[in-house]
Design a protein around this ligand. Structure first.
Ligand SMILES: [Zn+2]
Length: 331
């Protein structure tokens, strides 16, 4: 038998015999895509049986789904399904109606990086005695910034205002969310207002109708300094008079996050202007009678130098007496 089989193989040739037993060599260096092995791919892969309804919930599945809740909720939502809103943030949960009237508003996705998430409309700050300090108009802010404002009013501004003979009633909101560059300059870096992370405060109003403008030089210096120190302790940016030309009539507060917690506190509490200020002379009205000095300058007793100085403005005024000289703007 053995010899017979050997003879048959020998007759067919050694090459044929090798091909019959071995698979074709792998063509590793060919650029052609590899051929798929039909037998494997056509075979149906048995899927696991669906879990019967009466089966107890698998422990492992539960633990996993609990851990990866937000991501899983988004991923499982197919194109047809609407993604479930994310769970409320820790800030949102902490900013209760005991602290502020601040309903959540939808996220804003504006142009050029404008907008923000976890936004609220800060309508009023609720004080410990349940009284409310209205934010007028209501401010659109990130939850964290709204919380910082509420804490500032409750802990700092109410005690500061306590000595004013009336209760705090409103915060005069000059600007909150606004998609714009810094200082409203087109092309400038995005303002924190564009991130809903800033509030411009102009004044506080009291229940007796009086307003306390924070940049008013006639408001007690001590009061303005107290507000300044409290603001700079809480907000990463405080800009007021003296910081730049844009903050002469309001105080800018924001919660910008910078490297190494760098903070900016620029607000010069100016002294009131003197009662008799060395003002520039007002423009001469058209109906004014001729100047006395013109007649005096004719007096020969006057020194020559002084005379010529007084003559010059008179000469200038003659061609256009109706036009008052522009006075320097004071801010
Ligand atoms: Zn501002």
């Amino acid at each position: 038998m053995v010899t017979a089989a050997a003879l048959v193989l020998g007759a067919a040739g050694p090459a044929v015999a090798r091909e019959a037993r071995l698979p074709p060599p792998l063509d590793l260096f060919s650029k052609k895509p590899p051929k798929l092995r039909g037998t494997i791919h056509s075979r149906a892969i048995p899927l696991p049986q669906p879990r019967p309804a009466e089966a107890p919930k698998a422990e492992t599945d539960k633990a996993e789904s609990d851990q990866a809740e937000p991501e899983a909720a988004e991923k499982s939502a197919g194109p047809g399904k609407k993604a479930e809103p994310p769970p409320p943030s820790a800030c949102r949960l902490a900013l209760t109606e005991e602290i502020a009237i601040a309903p959540s508003v939808p996220d804003i996705k504006g142009p050029g990086g404008c907008g923000g998430e976890d936004l609220v409309r800060l309508e009023a700050v609720v004080l410990a005695d349940k009284r409310k300090v209205a934010v007028k108009p209501a401010a659109i802010l990130r939850c964290k910034m709204a919380t910082a404002i509420a804490d500032w009013i409750r802990s700092d501004i109410v005690p500061i205002a306590a000595g004013l003979g009336s209760q705090l009633s409103d915060l005069d909101n000059f600007d909150s969310y606004e998609c714009r560059g810094r200082n409203r300059i087109a092309g400038a870096l995005l303002s924190e207002h564009g991130r809903a992370n800033a509030l411009d405060v102009r004044a506080f109003r009291l229940a007796n109708g009086k307003s306390i403008y924070l940049t008013d030089r006639t408001v007690a210096r001590e009061l303005r300094e107290s507000v300044l120190h409290s603001a700079c302790a809480r907000f990463s940016t405080v800009l007021g008079p003296g910081s730049d030309w844009y903050h002469e009539d309001h105080i800018h507060l924001d919660a910008a996050e910078r490297r190494s917690n760098y903070r900016i506190c620029q607000w010069n509490v100016w002294d009131p202007l003197p009662q008799v200020a060395p003002l520039l002379p007002a423009g001469r009205p058209e109906e004014a009678p001729p100047r006395e000095v013109a007649a005096k300058s004719e007096v020969p007793a006057k020194p020559q130098a002084e005379k010529s100085e007084q003559d010059e403005p008179e000469a200038e005024e003659k061609p256009a007496p109706a036009k008052p000289k522009p006075t320097k703007k004071r801010r």
